[in-house]
Design a binder for this molecule. Structure first.
Ligand code: NAD
Length: 436
């Protein structure tokens, strides 16, 4: 099949590459010229495990190409994916200007039947808006399909190649057949493709992300209470998660959820509810609690040192909003760094992939180092912010040598309390007793 993917970011580049991997011809379109130039020159523009191999193979074999020329890509393709940004607008609603802006151009470019697939996360009713925008100038038949994407950054390639499920919202039999043919190779192990109406598909994505954000937030509240009452959230998590109605995954407390999806999607669903005069109370609490949680670690650190960090170096391990990505959008690290700087600290930081992005935000206000241990030299405190595997079993005796004070604040509960007690660090984590 011939496919165009408009928007070559995390979702567009991964989807386009994976569609090429199953033998399709994919043209990825982006209006960012330097991005397209890099990709044309064989350079990936994002970090995503496993992507390089597939990208290399499919570009080499000519199934995956890149262009800034939207019209060329549209004319060549039967299926057109929109993987465009839907950032939060000022009122919290999803900003549809990218999606509708492209949709408006499609009508007059289309010379044959096309399936236009909305892969961006968009509010209920958007498929109808996209249809209307295209119809203004279209002279040929077309169908608009809602196909929300559930991939997780960091494991995006695996998620895309072997999705738990594929959700397709369409009321057109013709489009349904096209979409079934396209996704069939990805569900050969028996995972389902769910066909539904467009509105339900759009809602499914928001419901899934908002539920996950709620689950994390609930655990953060449990963790905060555990600290107060002297319980250990790790034990509580295991005890809870073994109930098959609850399940073990996605119960880890931390420094709040971040990333380009949960914060904006929870906000957008809350706005949809508000616009429809529905008081979606839980979502408002989730947003409030998460905003508080992003400051929990920095507030503990500042309090530990008497309210002022002037003259102290605080080292951060981890900047990305989660491991295995270079994405820092809405990362808790941003809020933590801002708090620490405001309290007078010198901040040193290390992340395996996200330093370039964070440097673009903080410049020389933060001292970024090339090796994780370099961050610790003369530091009064190590703050763990992202749970990269590389941080899990460090050389604590070397850490003790480097640091001015043996103090760790761990926002991801990477280390056991017993180990910390044995090696004599002050150790403060989330939802567990601190070790003096
Ligand atoms: P992104 O910002 O990484 O990528 C968007 C791309 O679109 C950019 O490369 C940008 O240059 C390009 N673009 C903007 N305007 C354009 C135009 N007029 N023509 C062509 N290209 C244009 O965004 P993303 O993270 O890939 O997210 C895209 C959508 O997918 C969003 O709605 C998001 O909510 C959703 N989503 C994201 C994830 C994720 O993990 N990132 C997961 C599921 C769904």
């Amino acid at each position: 099949m011939n496919i165009a993917v408009v928007g070559t970011g995390y979702v567009g580049l991964v989807s386009g590459t994976c569609f090429a991997e199953t033998g399709n011809h994919v043209i990825c379109v982006d209006n960012n010229e330097s991005k397209v130039e890099s990709l044309q020159n064989g350079q990936l523009t994002i970090y995503e495990p496993g992507l390089e191999l597939l990208f290399g193979r499919n570009t080499k074999e000519g199934r995956l190409t890149f262009t800034t020329d939207l019209e060329y890509a549209i004319k060549k393709s039967e299926i057109i994916f929109l993987a465009l940004p839907t950032p939060p607008g000022e009122d919290g609603s999803a900003d549809l200007s990218y999606v509708l802006g492209v949709a408006e151009q499609l009508g007059e470019m289309m010379d044959d039947y096309k399936v236009i697939v909305d892969k961006s996360t968009v509010p209920v009713g958007t498929a109808e808006k996209v249809t209307a925008a295209i119809a203004k100038k279209a002279k040929v038949d077309f169908d608009v399909v809602s196909n929300p994407e559930f991939l997780r950054e960091g494991v995006a390639v695996d998620d895309f190649l072997k999705p738990d499920r594929v959700v397709i919202g369409t009321s057109s039999e013709r489009a349904q057949k096209v979409m079934h043919r396209l996704y069939e190779p990805f569900v050969r192990q028996g995972n389902p493709i769910y066909f539904m109406d467009e509105r339900s598909a759009e809602m499914t994505k928001y419901a899934a992300n908002s539920y996950l954000a709620t689950r994390i937030t609930f655990m953060n509240e449990i963790a905060n209470l555990c600290e107060i009452v002297g319980a250990n959230v790790d034990m509580v998590r295991i005890g809870m998660g073994s109930d098959s109605r609850i399940g073990k995954r996605f119960l880890f407390p931390g420094v709040g959820y971040g990333g380009s999806c949960f914060p904006k999607d929870v906000q957008a669903l809350a706005k949809t509810a508000k616009d429809n005069d529905y008081d979606f109370n839980i979502l408002n609490s989730v947003m409030n609690v998460n905003n508080r949680q992003k400051h929990v670690l920095s507030e503990k650190i500042i309090k530990h040192f008497g309210g002022d960090l002037t003259g102290r170096t605080i080292a951060l391990w981890g900047l990305a909003f989660k491991p295995n990505t270079d994405d820092i959008r809405e990362a808790p690290a941003i809020y933590i760094i801002e708090d620490l700087l405001a309290a007078g600290a010198t901040v040193t930081a290390y992340d395996p992939e996200a330093m370039e992005n964070m440097r673009a935000l903080f410049g020389d206000k933060v001292n970024f180092v090339e090796h994780r241990y370099d961050a610790l030299k003369d530091a009064s405190c190590l703050a763990i912010v992202t749970e990269w595997s590389i941080f899990r079993t460090p050389d604590f005796s070397y850490i003790a040598e480097l640091m001015k004070e043996k103090v760790i604040f761990d926002g991801r509960n990477l280390y056991s309390l017993e180990d910390m007690e044995e090696i004599g660090f002050y150790y403060n984590s989330i939802g567990r007793n601190s070790i003096d």
